[in-house]
Design a protein around this ligand. Structure first.
Ligand SMILES: Nc1ncnc2c1ncn2[C@@H]1O[C@H](COP(=O)(O)OP(=O)(O)OP(=O)(O)O)[C@@H](O)[C@H]1O
Ligand SMILES: [Mg+2]
Length: 294
C-alpha cells in the first residue's frame, strides 16, 4: 500500500520549504524544479500511478510560495491558473492534470506534465553571443504558435518572458498561466485576481502601457514575445530603449516586422501575432548568411 507518512530525510536536502513530503496521499515530493515570484514547482512521484505499474510516474507539482500562500485568496489563485491552463490543449502549451488540496496541511497544489529541457532564461545564459538564427526561428515560431492558439481560445497569457518558456528537443512549451486572463465565458467567470497580483508584470517584458495600468491585450503579448525574441538574438536581457538596433543574428527581412512589434506605443505596434509569425519564418539570404556567420 501507499505510504501515508512522509519519509524523513528521503529528499529533505532538496526541499527548502516546510511542506509535507507526501501531498494528497499520493504525490511524493522529490526535488525543487524551480521557484518563481508566485510558486514553487517540484518534481513529484505519483505513487498511485506507480502502484498500477505506470512506467513514467513523475509529474511536476506546483504550490504557492510562502508569502502568497498566506493570503486569503491563495487557493483561488492557484485554482484559477489550473483551470485556465486546463482549458488549453496544444503541443506548445504545458498540460495540467489535476488540482487538489492536501487535507492534513491544507496546502493547495496542481499537477502537470513534467517538462524536460531548460527555460529560455537558461538558454540566454548559455548563449551570450545570441542564439543562432535556425534555433531562434524554431523558438520564435513555436512561441508565436502557442500564443496564437491561446488567443483563439480567448486566453491571454499575461507573462510572456524567458523563464515561462521551456525548450527541449521537440521545441518550446509555454507555461505559467498565473497571470493569464480569459476574455469570454465560461472562463471569464473564474474569480478575478486581486489587483496587487494582477499588476505583477515583469518590467523587462511587459508592454509599457501595462505598466501604465492598461489592460492586457493581444498587442501587449506581441510586445512581450518580440522582446523575448530580441533578447535571445542578442544573447542577454536588454531594456526597452536598447532594443532599437537589429541584432546581427536576424535575417534582414525579419527586422522591420520585429521592430514594429517592439514599439512601446501600442498605437504604433501595428502588427498581429500572425504577421509576426510569418516574418519569423524567413531564411537568411545567402549573402545575409555569410555576413551573419562573421
Ligand atoms: N511542468 C514543469 N516541468 C518542469 N519544470 C517546471 C514546470 N513548471 C515550472 N517549472 C520550473 O519551475 C519554475 C517556476 O515555475 P512557474 O513559472 O510556474 O512559477 P511562478 O512562481 O508562477 O513564476 P513567476 O515568477 O513567473 O510568476 C519555472 O521557471 C521552471 O524552471
Ligand atoms: Mg514563471
Amino acid at each position: 500500500m501507499m505510504e501515508n507518512q512522509p519519509q524523513p530525510g528521503a529528499c529533505a536536502p532538496l526541499i527548502s520549504s516546510p511542506l509535507p513530503m507526501l501531498l494528497g496521499g499520493r504525490y511524493r515530493l522529490e526535488r525543487v524544479l524551480g521557484e518563481g515570484g508566485m510558486g514553487i514547482v517540484y518534481r513529484a512521484r505519483d505513487l498511485l500511478h506507480e502502484q498500477f505499474g505506470e512506467p513514467r510516474p513523475l509529474v511536476a507539482l506546483k504550490v504557492l510560495g510562502e508569502s502568497l500562500a498566506q493570503s486569503q485568496d491563495a487557493h483561488l489563485l492557484l485554482y484559477r491558473e489550473f483551470s485556465l491552463t486546463r482549458s488549453l490543449g496544444h503541443a506548445r502549451v504545458v498540460r495540467v492534470f489535476s488540482f487538489d488540496v492536501d487535507t492534513a496541511s491544507e496546502v493547495a497544489f496542481f499537477t502537470m506534465e513534467l517538462m524536460s529541457g531548460a527555460t529560455l532564461d537558461q538558454l540566454l545564459l548559455d548563449c551570450p553571443r545570441g542564439v543562432p538564427w535556425q534555433e531562434l526561428r524554431r523558438i520564435a515560431t513555436g512561441l508565436l504558435d502557442a500564443l496564437g492558439y491561446i488567443h483563439r481560445q480567448g486566453v491571454l497569457h499575461g507573462d510572456v518572458k524567458p523563464s515561462n518558456v521551456m525548450l527541449d528537443d521537440d521545441g518550446v512549451r509555454l507555461f505559467d498561466f498565473g497571470l493569464a486572463q480569459a476574455l469570454a465565458p465560461p472562463l471569464s467567470g473564474l474569480p478575478a485576481l486581486n489587483p496587487q497580483r494582477f499588476t505583477a508584470w515583469t518590467p523587462a517584458y511587459a508592454a509599457p502601457e501595462l505598466l501604465d495600468g492598461a489592460p492586457l491585450s493581444a498587442s501587449s503579448e506581441v510586445y512581450g514575445a518580440a522582446c523575448l525574441v530580441y533578447d535571445l538574438a542578442l544573447g542577454r536581457r536588454s531594456t526597452q530603449g536598447a532594443r532599437l538596433a537589429p541584432p546581427r543574428q536576424l535575417p534582414r527581412r525579419c527586422w522591420p516586422a520585429l521592430k514594429i512589434a517592439l514599439n512601446g506605443d501600442p498605437q504604433r505596434r501595428t502588427i498581429t501575432l500572425d504577421e509576426l509569425q510569418v516574418a519569423m519564418q524567413c531564411e537568411h539570404s545567402v549573402v545575409g548568411r555569410w555576413f551573419a556567420a562573421r
